[in-house]
Design a binder for this molecule. Structure first.
Ligand code: NAP
Length: 510
């Protein structure tokens, strides 16, 4: 443990409590992890527990020069890593996967403390995040090229998939583990070093992954965590010719900014951006089941989920019955510290998020929406910054309300009636976002019309759970570019090289 780390880690009472709850305190790191070393910047930024607003620790802020050096070191590590056999890269990743699973309880605990979600949600995320590491460890050996029937006499035509080079990854705070592994495992398996800039709210989950990558023996320079100012990082990586790919998960406005910054060096960009998911309850659906599913799709991660059901459309014949059932689910939610096993909805990430939730609510109420139910307020926990927001059922939402137009990112359930399938498909599509949509019903004809008509990258019928390592995760329209996970996950970090092997005439001329 370095002197700098000991000083900042032992500074607060909350830090001591966090460390005492872990079985492996070496997972708590606050220096950046660059080229296999723990590096201190010139200053440290506080990291808060959103449930208590206490400072739980500090993470270091690297300078522009240190970030530039990190790019150079990652680039130096590229050649030997890409030259390993795919099986060898896969073995490194498999060791990392095993260490992540062995540490999953500590990793989940750390995540609750800096992110606020419930412990069971955090544990689920660690397992989900680890599944990408395993998937790409196995897929490494299957990154096939293709042979092409030749249109040139006697030539052999083929393609080879090659790693693109250093990849810069920028990730959000709502899934501080899985958004890293879903990108990094794909990039590393195909042969690319990664430079990861985690969200400033959740650096510890990222740094714990680095500690485990180090223990797994992943060579220096391949997995790097760069903590510091987001704008400095994006400037450094976007200007650098050595960084060949930029993969971002976060809000649509920042994604647009990055796309324009990355244009100067023509980087390969993949963007996992915001969502505004419709949840459509078809006329023949069992209403109690639909209400349960809608509540599950709305309240996970306190509604701070790009897949959260943002607008819930219910056929007008069942509207009142649906509200009644949904109200029961709202009233059963228990709000509080995610480490409390009774709690189902943790705090929002910070005060700004709670204020935004309140603005959305007030805007909707001023335009005619009504509150049908609200869960009891935070269980025994107060936050001086007021980060808690009680799950709220809002009926009679209309398209002029911000809660309909914007990604809510809070436990505010917005419900509205519709009259026929054409109308609900049109309303579902009435957004610049196109990440995910849910459809609940039985009639296969209606389901099929929704599946074909909805302009979203992922459509889930009669299931809240839709994500996982084998599926291509990603959005249409302004929800993003590219896909993560699945066999397509390599596309964002590789180039297709076409080779034409012609046949020279032999010396005898035959
Ligand atoms: P955000 O504000 O866009 O931040 C995401 C990341 O971008 C953070 O690491 C942040 O760093 C960084 N960032 C901020 N400003 C930047 C800049 N000027 N240049 C470069 N990087 C910058 O989003 P968020 O609030 O963390 O996350 C919520 C959003 O992510 C929602 O819109 C959600 O839908 C989306 N999301 C999408 C998916 C998906 O798969 N499609 C998954 C999860 C989340 P700092 O923290 O240091 O500011």
């Amino acid at each position: 443990m370095s002197t700098a780390r000991r000083f900042v880690i032992e500074e607060t009472k909350a830090t001591h409590e966090m460390m005492a709850a872990l079985t492996d305190v070496r997972l708590v790191r606050n220096l950046a992890y660059i080229n296999g070393k723990w590096i201190s910047g010139e200053q440290f930024n506080p990291v808060y527990n959103p449930a208590s607003d206490e400072i739980v620790g500090y993470s270091t802020q690297l300078s522009c020069e240190q970030m530039e050096q990190a790019v150079l070191e990652a680039d130096n590590a590229f050649k030997p890593w890409r030259q390993l056999q795919a099986d060898q890269r896969g073995e490194y990743l498999m060791r990392w996967y095993q260490l992540i699973l062995e540490a999953k309880q500590d990793l989940a605990h750390l995540m609750v403390i800096e992110q606020g979600k419930t412990y069971s949600e955090a544990l689920g995320e660690i397992e989900y995040g680890a599944s990408f590491v395993r998937w790409f460890a196995e897929e490494a050996r299957r990154s096939y090229g293709e042979t092409i029937p030749s249109h040139i006499p006697n030539a052999q035509l083929s393609t080879i998939r090659e790693p693109i080079g250093v990849a810069a990854l920028i990730t959000p705070w709502n899934f501080p583990n899985a958004m890293i592994t879903r990108k990094a495992a794909a990039a590393m398996a195909i042969g690319c070093p990664v430079l990861i800039k985690p969200a400033s709210e959740t650096p510890f989950s990222a740094l714990a992954l680095a500690e485990l990558a180090d223990r797994a023996g992943i060579p220096a320079g391949i997995f790097n965590i760069v903590t510091g100012k987001a704008s400095t990082f994006s400037h450094v990586v976007c200007q650098s010719d050595k960084v060949k790919a930029l993969s971002f998960t976060g809000s649509t406005p920042i994604g647009k900014l990055l796309l324009s910054d990355a244009a100067s060096t023509v980087k390969k960009c993949s963007m996992e951006l915001g969502g505004n998911a419709p949840f459509i309850v078809l006329p023949d659906m069992d209403i109690a089941q639909a209400a349960q599913a809608a509540a599950d799709a709305k309240f996970q991660t306190s509604g701070q989920d790009c897949l959260a059901a943002n607008r819930i459309f219910v056929h007008h014949t069942h509207y009142d019955a649906f509200l009644e059932h949904f109200a029961q689910h709202v009233e059963q939610q228990v709000v509080g510290n995610g480490l409390d096993p009774d709690v189902t909805v943790g705090p929002l990430i910070n005060r700004k998020a709670a204020e935004k939730a309140m603005q959305l609510l007030n805007d909707a109420l001023s335009k005619g929406a009504r509150i049908v139910a609200q869960s009891p307020s935070a269980k025994g926990h107060t936050s001086t910054r007021g980060n808690f927001f009680s799950p709220t059922l809002l009926a009679d939402v209309t398209p002029d309300m911000a809660v309909y137009r914007e990604e809510n990112f809070c436990p505010l359930a917005a419900v509205l009636p519709y009259h026929d399938i054409d109308q609900v498909i049109e309303m579902g599509n009435d957004t610049e976002y196109g990440l995910a949509a849910y459809v609940y019903g039985h009639d296969i004809h209606d389901i099929w019309r929704c599946m074909r008509g909805l302009e979203f990258g992922m459509i889930s019928v009669n299931s809240v759970k839709m994500t996982g390592h084998p599926i291509p995760f990603g959005g249409m329209k302004q929800s993003g570019l590219g896909r993560e996970g699945s066999q397509h996950g390599f596309d964002e970090f590789s180039e297709i090289k076409y080779c034409c092997l012609g046949a020279l005439p032999t010396a005898s001329g035959s």
